[in-house]
Design a binder for this molecule. Structure first.
Ligand SMILES: *Cc1c(COP(=O)(O)O)cnc(C)c1O
Length: 359
Protein backbone atom coordinates (compact mmCIF):
# COMPACT_ATOMS: atom_id res chain seq x y z
CA UNK A 1 0.00 0.00 0.00
CA UNK A 2 1.27 3.50 -0.85
CA UNK A 3 1.45 5.88 2.10
CA UNK A 4 1.09 9.66 2.15
CA UNK A 5 4.77 10.60 2.08
CA UNK A 6 5.58 14.09 3.41
CA UNK A 7 9.35 13.69 2.98
CA UNK A 8 11.32 16.88 2.31
CA UNK A 9 13.56 15.08 -0.16
CA UNK A 10 14.03 12.80 -1.87
CA UNK A 11 10.31 13.28 -2.02
CA UNK A 12 7.30 11.46 -3.41
CA UNK A 13 6.75 11.32 -7.16
CA UNK A 14 3.38 11.33 -8.94
CA UNK A 15 1.90 7.83 -8.98
CA UNK A 16 1.27 8.17 -12.72
CA UNK A 17 4.98 8.82 -13.28
CA UNK A 18 6.03 5.78 -11.25
CA UNK A 19 3.50 3.57 -13.02
CA UNK A 20 4.69 4.71 -16.43
CA UNK A 21 8.32 4.09 -15.46
CA UNK A 22 7.32 0.67 -14.15
CA UNK A 23 5.51 -0.17 -17.37
CA UNK A 24 8.53 0.81 -19.47
CA UNK A 25 11.20 -0.56 -17.17
CA UNK A 26 12.05 -3.81 -18.93
CA UNK A 27 11.57 -2.61 -22.48
CA UNK A 28 12.12 1.09 -22.97
CA UNK A 29 11.19 2.62 -26.32
CA UNK A 30 11.15 -0.76 -28.03
CA UNK A 31 14.83 -1.31 -27.22
CA UNK A 32 14.39 -4.54 -25.25
CA UNK A 33 16.39 -2.86 -22.48
CA UNK A 34 15.64 -0.52 -19.63
CA UNK A 35 16.50 3.14 -20.07
CA UNK A 36 19.26 2.61 -17.49
CA UNK A 37 20.97 0.10 -19.75
CA UNK A 38 21.35 2.10 -22.97
CA UNK A 39 24.23 4.30 -24.06
CA UNK A 40 23.78 7.98 -23.32
CA UNK A 41 25.29 8.61 -26.75
CA UNK A 42 22.91 6.29 -28.59
CA UNK A 43 20.29 7.86 -30.85
CA UNK A 44 17.36 6.80 -28.66
CA UNK A 45 18.72 8.33 -25.48
CA UNK A 46 19.95 11.49 -27.21
CA UNK A 47 16.41 11.95 -28.57
CA UNK A 48 15.02 11.38 -25.07
CA UNK A 49 17.36 14.02 -23.61
CA UNK A 50 16.34 16.47 -26.33
CA UNK A 51 12.65 15.89 -25.55
CA UNK A 52 13.27 16.47 -21.84
CA UNK A 53 15.02 19.76 -22.55
CA UNK A 54 12.23 20.87 -24.90
CA UNK A 55 9.61 20.04 -22.23
CA UNK A 56 11.53 21.93 -19.55
CA UNK A 57 11.80 24.95 -21.86
CA UNK A 58 8.11 24.79 -22.64
CA UNK A 59 6.91 24.33 -19.04
CA UNK A 60 9.18 27.03 -17.56
CA UNK A 61 9.02 29.28 -20.64
CA UNK A 62 12.82 29.35 -21.05
CA UNK A 63 14.05 31.33 -24.05
CA UNK A 64 16.97 30.50 -26.34
CA UNK A 65 19.02 33.08 -24.41
CA UNK A 66 19.49 30.34 -21.81
CA UNK A 67 21.30 27.02 -21.86
CA UNK A 68 19.77 24.12 -19.90
CA UNK A 69 22.27 21.74 -18.31
CA UNK A 70 21.60 18.36 -16.69
CA UNK A 71 24.45 17.53 -14.34
CA UNK A 72 25.46 15.49 -11.33
CA UNK A 73 26.52 16.77 -7.92
CA UNK A 74 23.25 18.16 -6.61
CA UNK A 75 22.44 21.70 -5.64
CA UNK A 76 25.23 21.48 -3.08
CA UNK A 77 27.67 20.91 -5.92
CA UNK A 78 26.36 24.06 -7.58
CA UNK A 79 27.14 26.03 -4.38
CA UNK A 80 30.78 25.55 -5.51
CA UNK A 81 30.25 25.46 -9.28
CA UNK A 82 28.51 28.85 -9.30
CA UNK A 83 31.45 30.86 -7.95
CA UNK A 84 33.83 28.82 -10.11
CA UNK A 85 31.86 29.69 -13.25
CA UNK A 86 30.83 33.25 -12.46
CA UNK A 87 33.54 34.87 -10.34
CA UNK A 88 37.28 35.50 -10.29
CA UNK A 89 39.47 35.28 -7.17
CA UNK A 90 39.03 38.48 -5.12
CA UNK A 91 35.56 39.19 -6.52
CA UNK A 92 32.70 39.88 -4.16
CA UNK A 93 29.58 37.70 -4.29
CA UNK A 94 26.43 39.09 -2.68
CA UNK A 95 24.01 36.87 -0.75
CA UNK A 96 20.66 37.06 0.96
CA UNK A 97 20.78 34.68 3.91
CA UNK A 98 17.25 33.43 4.56
CA UNK A 99 17.98 30.03 6.07
CA UNK A 100 20.01 26.88 6.27
CA UNK A 101 20.55 26.36 2.54
CA UNK A 102 21.57 29.99 1.98
CA UNK A 103 24.02 29.59 4.86
CA UNK A 104 25.59 26.53 3.23
CA UNK A 105 25.80 28.29 -0.15
CA UNK A 106 27.56 31.24 1.52
CA UNK A 107 30.07 28.98 3.28
CA UNK A 108 30.90 27.22 0.03
CA UNK A 109 31.27 30.43 -1.98
CA UNK A 110 33.55 31.77 0.76
CA UNK A 111 36.14 29.19 -0.30
CA UNK A 112 36.44 30.89 -3.69
CA UNK A 113 35.63 34.60 -3.30
CA UNK A 114 34.74 37.39 -0.87
CA UNK A 115 31.14 37.16 0.27
CA UNK A 116 28.90 40.08 1.22
CA UNK A 117 25.80 39.04 3.14
CA UNK A 118 23.41 41.89 2.41
CA UNK A 119 20.54 40.64 4.54
CA UNK A 120 20.36 37.94 7.17
CA UNK A 121 17.13 36.81 8.77
CA UNK A 122 18.75 34.69 11.47
CA UNK A 123 17.60 37.16 14.18
CA UNK A 124 14.04 35.99 13.47
CA UNK A 125 15.24 32.35 13.31
CA UNK A 126 14.63 32.68 9.57
CA UNK A 127 10.88 33.20 9.85
CA UNK A 128 10.85 36.42 7.80
CA UNK A 129 12.15 37.69 4.45
CA UNK A 130 14.40 40.69 3.78
CA UNK A 131 12.20 43.62 2.76
CA UNK A 132 12.72 44.90 -0.78
CA UNK A 133 14.73 48.13 -0.58
CA UNK A 134 16.30 47.23 2.77
CA UNK A 135 19.64 46.30 1.17
CA UNK A 136 21.79 47.53 -1.70
CA UNK A 137 23.80 45.24 -3.94
CA UNK A 138 27.41 46.50 -4.20
CA UNK A 139 28.19 47.64 -7.74
CA UNK A 140 30.77 45.27 -9.15
CA UNK A 141 29.46 42.24 -7.25
CA UNK A 142 29.87 39.13 -9.40
CA UNK A 143 26.24 38.18 -8.73
CA UNK A 144 23.48 38.15 -6.11
CA UNK A 145 22.48 34.71 -4.81
CA UNK A 146 19.23 33.88 -3.01
CA UNK A 147 17.14 30.85 -2.10
CA UNK A 148 13.53 31.34 -3.27
CA UNK A 149 12.31 28.56 -0.96
CA UNK A 150 14.09 27.57 2.22
CA UNK A 151 13.19 23.91 2.59
CA UNK A 152 13.97 23.54 6.30
CA UNK A 153 12.28 26.64 7.78
CA UNK A 154 9.48 26.79 5.21
CA UNK A 155 10.14 30.34 4.04
CA UNK A 156 9.38 31.31 0.44
CA UNK A 157 9.98 34.59 -1.38
CA UNK A 158 6.81 36.27 -2.63
CA UNK A 159 8.87 38.50 -4.95
CA UNK A 160 12.00 38.47 -7.09
CA UNK A 161 14.76 40.39 -5.29
CA UNK A 162 16.21 43.46 -7.01
CA UNK A 163 19.81 42.58 -7.88
CA UNK A 164 20.74 46.15 -8.80
CA UNK A 165 21.85 45.13 -12.28
CA UNK A 166 24.20 42.27 -11.38
CA UNK A 167 23.22 38.71 -12.41
CA UNK A 168 20.66 37.14 -10.07
CA UNK A 169 21.25 33.50 -9.11
CA UNK A 170 18.50 31.35 -7.56
CA UNK A 171 18.75 27.98 -5.80
CA UNK A 172 15.28 26.85 -6.84
CA UNK A 173 15.66 23.26 -5.60
CA UNK A 174 12.55 23.00 -3.45
CA UNK A 175 10.09 25.12 -5.42
CA UNK A 176 10.95 24.67 -9.12
CA UNK A 177 7.87 23.80 -11.20
CA UNK A 178 5.53 24.62 -8.29
CA UNK A 179 4.18 27.85 -9.83
CA UNK A 180 5.06 30.27 -12.65
CA UNK A 181 8.58 31.67 -12.27
CA UNK A 182 10.22 34.64 -13.99
CA UNK A 183 13.22 32.96 -15.59
CA UNK A 184 14.15 36.13 -17.51
CA UNK A 185 14.78 38.02 -14.27
CA UNK A 186 17.59 35.57 -13.48
CA UNK A 187 21.12 34.97 -14.73
CA UNK A 188 21.26 31.44 -13.35
CA UNK A 189 18.74 29.05 -11.80
CA UNK A 190 19.75 25.68 -10.43
CA UNK A 191 17.77 22.96 -8.71
CA UNK A 192 18.36 19.45 -7.47
CA UNK A 193 15.76 17.09 -8.91
CA UNK A 194 14.66 15.19 -5.83
CA UNK A 195 12.05 17.65 -4.54
CA UNK A 196 9.82 18.43 -7.51
CA UNK A 197 11.39 16.87 -10.60
CA UNK A 198 12.52 13.27 -10.16
CA UNK A 199 15.06 11.15 -8.33
CA UNK A 200 18.23 12.41 -6.64
CA UNK A 201 21.44 12.47 -8.63
CA UNK A 202 20.37 15.08 -11.18
CA UNK A 203 20.78 18.84 -10.90
CA UNK A 204 19.29 21.17 -13.52
CA UNK A 205 21.15 24.40 -14.31
CA UNK A 206 19.54 27.12 -16.41
CA UNK A 207 22.18 29.68 -17.31
CA UNK A 208 21.95 32.79 -19.49
CA UNK A 209 24.36 32.26 -22.35
CA UNK A 210 26.07 35.64 -21.94
CA UNK A 211 27.33 34.39 -18.56
CA UNK A 212 29.15 31.46 -20.14
CA UNK A 213 32.79 31.66 -21.21
CA UNK A 214 34.36 32.77 -17.95
CA UNK A 215 35.05 29.67 -15.85
CA UNK A 216 38.11 29.65 -13.65
CA UNK A 217 40.96 27.54 -14.95
CA UNK A 218 40.64 25.11 -12.02
CA UNK A 219 36.91 24.49 -12.50
CA UNK A 220 36.27 20.73 -12.70
CA UNK A 221 35.40 19.95 -16.32
CA UNK A 222 32.15 18.20 -15.36
CA UNK A 223 31.01 21.39 -13.58
CA UNK A 224 32.28 23.77 -16.25
CA UNK A 225 28.99 25.16 -17.54
CA UNK A 226 30.63 26.47 -20.73
CA UNK A 227 32.05 23.08 -21.65
CA UNK A 228 28.85 21.26 -20.62
CA UNK A 229 26.67 23.67 -22.64
CA UNK A 230 28.79 22.95 -25.75
CA UNK A 231 28.60 19.20 -25.09
CA UNK A 232 24.82 19.06 -24.43
CA UNK A 233 25.62 18.00 -20.82
CA UNK A 234 27.42 14.92 -22.11
CA UNK A 235 31.05 15.64 -21.29
CA UNK A 236 30.74 12.51 -19.21
CA UNK A 237 27.76 10.24 -18.53
CA UNK A 238 24.80 12.33 -17.39
CA UNK A 239 22.35 10.91 -14.82
CA UNK A 240 20.35 9.10 -17.49
CA UNK A 241 17.61 7.59 -15.35
CA UNK A 242 17.06 10.93 -13.63
CA UNK A 243 16.77 12.71 -16.96
CA UNK A 244 14.25 10.15 -18.19
CA UNK A 245 12.14 10.48 -15.03
CA UNK A 246 12.32 14.27 -15.23
CA UNK A 247 10.80 13.89 -18.70
CA UNK A 248 7.93 11.82 -17.33
CA UNK A 249 7.38 14.34 -14.52
CA UNK A 250 7.30 17.23 -17.00
CA UNK A 251 4.70 15.34 -19.07
CA UNK A 252 2.64 14.97 -15.89
CA UNK A 253 2.98 18.70 -15.11
CA UNK A 254 1.80 19.54 -18.62
CA UNK A 255 -1.13 17.13 -18.38
CA UNK A 256 -2.13 18.82 -15.14
CA UNK A 257 -2.31 22.40 -16.33
CA UNK A 258 1.37 23.36 -16.44
CA UNK A 259 2.71 25.77 -13.86
CA UNK A 260 -0.62 27.58 -13.52
CA UNK A 261 -2.23 24.24 -12.73
CA UNK A 262 0.50 23.43 -10.24
CA UNK A 263 0.10 26.85 -8.58
CA UNK A 264 -3.65 26.41 -8.12
CA UNK A 265 -3.18 22.93 -6.74
CA UNK A 266 -0.33 23.95 -4.42
CA UNK A 267 -2.01 27.08 -3.12
CA UNK A 268 -5.14 25.06 -2.29
CA UNK A 269 -3.13 22.45 -0.41
CA UNK A 270 -1.05 25.02 1.48
CA UNK A 271 -4.01 27.14 2.55
CA UNK A 272 -5.89 24.08 3.82
CA UNK A 273 -2.92 23.17 6.01
CA UNK A 274 -2.06 26.70 7.21
CA UNK A 275 -5.73 27.44 7.98
CA UNK A 276 -5.93 24.29 10.08
CA UNK A 277 -2.79 25.28 11.98
CA UNK A 278 -3.88 28.91 12.46
CA UNK A 279 -7.37 28.02 13.68
CA UNK A 280 -5.94 25.89 16.47
CA UNK A 281 -4.01 26.82 19.60
CA UNK A 282 -2.72 23.23 19.72
CA UNK A 283 -0.57 23.72 16.58
CA UNK A 284 1.46 26.69 15.39
CA UNK A 285 3.67 27.77 12.51
CA UNK A 286 6.26 30.45 13.30
CA UNK A 287 6.69 31.90 9.79
CA UNK A 288 5.53 35.40 8.90
CA UNK A 289 2.35 34.85 6.82
CA UNK A 290 3.73 36.74 3.79
CA UNK A 291 6.81 34.46 3.78
CA UNK A 292 5.08 31.11 4.17
CA UNK A 293 6.14 28.37 1.78
CA UNK A 294 3.66 26.47 -0.38
CA UNK A 295 6.06 23.51 -0.40
CA UNK A 296 7.35 22.97 3.16
CA UNK A 297 5.11 23.62 6.15
CA UNK A 298 6.83 23.33 9.53
CA UNK A 299 4.63 23.28 12.61
CA UNK A 300 5.05 22.65 16.34
CA UNK A 301 2.76 21.35 19.05
CA UNK A 302 2.00 23.61 22.01
CA UNK A 303 3.14 20.65 24.12
CA UNK A 304 6.36 19.29 22.54
CA UNK A 305 6.32 16.24 24.84
CA UNK A 306 3.57 14.95 22.51
CA UNK A 307 5.85 15.12 19.43
CA UNK A 308 6.82 11.47 19.37
CA UNK A 309 3.23 10.34 20.03
CA UNK A 310 2.09 12.53 17.14
CA UNK A 311 4.72 11.12 14.79
CA UNK A 312 4.07 7.50 15.79
CA UNK A 313 0.31 7.78 15.44
CA UNK A 314 0.67 9.63 12.14
CA UNK A 315 2.94 6.90 10.84
CA UNK A 316 0.43 4.24 11.89
CA UNK A 317 -2.25 6.20 9.99
CA UNK A 318 -0.15 6.09 6.78
CA UNK A 319 1.17 9.67 7.08
CA UNK A 320 4.94 9.34 6.98
CA UNK A 321 8.08 11.48 7.19
CA UNK A 322 6.48 14.30 9.19
CA UNK A 323 9.41 14.87 11.60
CA UNK A 324 10.92 18.35 11.33
CA UNK A 325 14.52 18.72 10.19
CA UNK A 326 16.92 17.44 12.84
CA UNK A 327 18.21 21.00 13.35
CA UNK A 328 14.81 22.51 14.24
CA UNK A 329 12.67 19.63 15.59
CA UNK A 330 8.89 19.72 15.65
CA UNK A 331 7.05 18.68 12.52
CA UNK A 332 7.30 19.50 8.83
CA UNK A 333 4.93 18.52 6.05
CA UNK A 334 6.51 18.80 2.63
CA UNK A 335 3.70 19.10 0.11
CA UNK A 336 5.44 19.30 -3.24
CA UNK A 337 3.66 19.07 -6.60
CA UNK A 338 3.19 15.31 -6.37
CA UNK A 339 1.29 15.44 -3.05
CA UNK A 340 -2.41 15.25 -3.90
CA UNK A 341 -5.00 17.36 -2.11
CA UNK A 342 -6.33 14.09 -0.67
CA UNK A 343 -3.00 13.60 1.13
CA UNK A 344 -3.22 17.02 2.78
CA UNK A 345 -6.89 16.36 3.67
CA UNK A 346 -5.84 13.11 5.34
CA UNK A 347 -3.17 14.98 7.30
CA UNK A 348 -5.56 17.73 8.37
CA UNK A 349 -8.18 15.16 9.47
CA UNK A 350 -5.51 13.34 11.46
CA UNK A 351 -4.32 16.59 13.10
CA UNK A 352 -7.85 17.55 14.15
CA UNK A 353 -8.50 14.10 15.57
CA UNK A 354 -5.15 14.14 17.41
CA UNK A 355 -6.01 17.50 18.93
CA UNK A 356 -9.42 16.19 20.01
CA UNK A 357 -7.93 13.19 21.75
CA UNK A 358 -4.75 14.76 23.17
CA UNK A 359 -5.56 18.47 23.45
C1 LIG B 1 17.65 19.88 -0.92
C2 LIG B 1 18.24 21.23 -1.14
C3 LIG B 1 19.59 21.42 -1.44
C4 LIG B 1 20.59 20.28 -1.48
O1 LIG B 1 20.44 19.57 -2.63
P1 LIG B 1 21.39 18.31 -2.96
O2 LIG B 1 20.81 17.83 -4.22
O3 LIG B 1 21.29 17.37 -1.80
O4 LIG B 1 22.78 18.82 -3.12
C5 LIG B 1 20.05 22.70 -1.68
N1 LIG B 1 19.22 23.75 -1.63
C6 LIG B 1 17.90 23.61 -1.33
C7 LIG B 1 17.02 24.82 -1.30
C8 LIG B 1 17.38 22.36 -1.08
O5 LIG B 1 16.08 22.21 -0.79
Amino acid sequence: MRVHNFSAGPAMLPTAVLERAQGELLDWDGSGMSVMEVSHRGAAFVACAERVEASLRSVLDISDDYACLFLQGGAYGMFAATPLNLSAPGDTIAFLNTGDWSTKAIAEAGKYAEVAVLADTSDSLHTTLPRPGSYTVPTGAAYLHYTPNETIRGVEFDHVPDSGGVPLVADLSSTILSRPFDVDAHGVIYAGAQKNMGPSGLVVVIVRRDLLGRPRRETPTVWDWTVQAKADSMVNTPPTFGLYLLGLTLDWVQENGGLAGMAARNQGKASLLYDTIDRSSFYSNPVDPSARSWMNVPFVLADPTLDSTFLNEADAAGLTNLAGHRSVGGMRASIYNAMPLAGVRALVDFMQEFERTHG
